[in-house]
Write a protein that binds this ligand. Structure first.
Ligand code: HEM
Length: 179
């Protein structure tokens, strides 16, 4: 397969949104998978700006979609437009829900449901993997392999994190049963 060297503004925005999104996931995935990262300054900085990064990821993804819509001359009010990319639309809805509730007021109002809603961010990992694979198959540009490598790394870190959390929970429950 040949790699196209030119990239459109729409693709660049898609890529930037993806990287901002990956950055929001990185601190918790790295800290759980590799405890040595707990004190890293870089992680603390990213954590500090995680909400802003999430909002940025949403706004830039919106720009990506607007440019795709303009390029393909499709009608935003036609439901068929969204069937161009079901997985992309689902990711955009998740990004929007997270961006609109990334504030102290929502955390207070939604209580436990806030945590539940924000777990949706992990669903977007798989949706976006699917999105890039499907939309870019047969016409990769030089950004596509970088995106797929970064997505593979964050997916592996996320799965490792979930596995460690599961093991910890299991150990705690076994200990409770012994007591
Ligand atoms: C959170 C939302 C989204 C993100 C983060 C995202 C991200 C991306 C990325 C990273 C690419 C690959 C760019 C490349 O390798 O050059 C891409 C391609 C594409 N996306 Fe999205 N996307 C999103 C939502 C959508 C939606 C809602 C649509 C359509 C309604 C859409 C339509 C497309 C299309 C058609 C392509 C292929 C462009 C081409 O053929 O060059 N995306 N997107």
């Amino acid at each position: 397969m040949s790699i196209n060297s030119s990239i459109s503004a729409a693709n660049l925005l898609g890529c930037l949104s993806l990287f901002a999104y990956i950055l929001t996931l990185l601190p918790s995935c790295l800290r759980t998978s590799f405890p040595t990262f707990k004190k890293a300054k870089f992680i603390a900085k990213v954590l500090k700006y995680r909400r802003q990064l999430g909002i940025l990821a949403f706004l830039v993804a919106l720009g990506h979609v607007v440019l795709i819509v303009i390029k393909r001359n499709v009608d935003l009010f036609d439901l068929q437009t969204y069937s161009i990319s079901v997985e992309g639309t689902a990711s955009l809805i998740i990004f929007a829900l997270l961006a609109f509730t990334s504030n102290d007021w929502s955390v207070k109002k939604m209580k436990k449901n806030w945590r539940r809603l924000h777990q949706l961010t992990y669903t977007a990992i798989f949706l976006l993997f699917w999105h890039i694979q499907e939309k870019m198959s047969e016409h990769w540009n030089f950004l596509t392999p970088i995106e797929l490598i970064c997505m593979s790394i964050i997916t592996a870190l996320f799965l490792k994190r979930r596995w460690l959390e599961y093991q910890k929970e299991y150990a705690q429950q076994s200990q409770k049963q012994i007591i």
